[in-house]
Design a protein around this ligand. Structure first.
Ligand SMILES: C[S@@+](CC[C@H](N)C(=O)[O-])C[C@H]1O[C@@H](n2cnc3c(N)ncnc32)[C@H](O)[C@@H]1O
Length: 231
C-alpha cells in the first residue's frame, strides 16, 4: 500500500462540534486500508462508530445476526466498573441469530453479556424496546441475510424504512445512524435506494449524511452514515 502522509488526507474545515479533531489516526488508517482494498466495509463502520460512541452510552444493533457488530459496540460502551455503564440493545427476527449472538458474547465477554439486551423482534419495533426518553447514541444496521444462515430471510425495504424512521426519532443529537447495505442479493439494490432516499431527505441543518461506495466492484457493500448534529 502506498505511504500517504496524514496531512494530505484529513482536511475538514467545518466538522460537527462532537467530532474529534482531525486527523484521527485509527480511522485514517482503516479508511486508507479500505481505499486500497485491504480493509472491509464493516471495519470502516467500526472505526467510525468509535469516533461517536462514548463509554456509558446506550446503542442499538438493529440486525445482530452472528453478534460481531454487537460485540464491537459492547466493547465501545463498557466502562471499567462491574456494573453496566453502557448498554447494547440488539435485535434480530431470527431466533438462530439471537442464539448465535448470545453464544458469541458468552464466549468472549463472560458476565459482561448482561450489558447486552437481546430481542427476537423486527427492528421496526425498536421504539417498543428502548426505554422511553433514553438517549440513544447510535443505531446500526447491517442489512441482508445472516451469514451461514438461511439466505432467503433478508431485510426488506418496507421494514428497513420503518426502522430508519424509528431510529431518527430515538437518536440523540451527536448520534449516528450507520447502515451497511449489501446489494448482491435480490432486493438489495432497491433497499439501497430506500436507504439513500431516506438519508437524502434528512434536513441539512440537523444531519450530515454520506455514502461510501466502490465504483468498480458493483456488488461490494455500501456504507451510509447519517450523523445527527449537536445543535
Ligand atoms: C448481515 S446480517 C447481520 C450481521 C450482524 N450484524 C453480525 O455482526 O453478524 C443481517 C441480519 O438481519 C436480520 N434481519 C432481517 N430482517 C430483519 C428485521 N426486520 N429486523 C431485525 N433483523 C432482521 C437477519 O435475520 C440477519 O441476521
Amino acid at each position: 500500500m502506498p505511504r500517504i502522509r496524514p496531512s494530505c488526507v484529513a482536511a475538514f474545515s467545518s466538522s460537527p462540534s462532537h467530532s474529534p479533531s482531525f486527523p484521527v489516526p485509527g480511522l485514517e488508517g482503516v479508511f486508507l486500508g479500505y481505499l486500497f482494498g485491504r480493509k472491509k466495509a464493516t471495519e470502516v463502520a467500526h472505526v467510525v462508530w468509535e469516533q461517536v460512541i462514548q463509554k456509558g452510552d446506550l446503542v442499538v444493533d438493529a440486525t445482530c445476526g452472528n453478534g460481531n457488530d454487537t460485540l464491537a459496540m459492547l466493547k465501545m460502551v463498557l466502562d471499567d466498573s462491574d456494573a453496566c455503564g453502557g448498554h447494547v440493545y440488539a435485535m434480530d427476527i431470527q431466533k438462530d441469530a439471537i442464539e448465535s449472538t448470545s453464544s458469541l458474547l458468552d464466549q468472549t465477554v463472560g458476565s459482561k453479556e448482561k450489558c447486552v439486551k437481546l430481542f427476537n423482534v423486527c427492528h421496526s419495533k425498536m421504539e417498543e424496546i428502548v426505554p422511553e426518553n433514553t438517549r440513544v447514541r447510535m443505531v446500526a444496521f447491517n442489512l441482508g441475510y445472516l451469514p451461514g444462515g438461511n439466505k432467503s430471510i433478508i431485510t426488506v425495504s418496507e421494514t428497513t424504512l420503518s426502522a430508519l424512521k424509528a431510529a431518527e426519532r430515538i437518536l440523540m443529537p451527536g448520534g449516528l445512524i450507520s447502515v451497511v447495505v449489501y446489494i448482491g442479493h435480490r432486493g438489495g439494490r432497491e433497499e439501497l435506494q430506500v436507504v439513500e432516499a431516506f438519508g437524502s431527505g434528512l434536513p441539512v441543518n440537523d444531519w450530515v449524511c454520506c455514502k461510501v461506495q466502490m465504483l468498480n466492484r458493483p456488488l461490494a457493500p455500501v456504507l451510509v452514515f447519517m450523523f445527527k448534529r449537536e445543535n
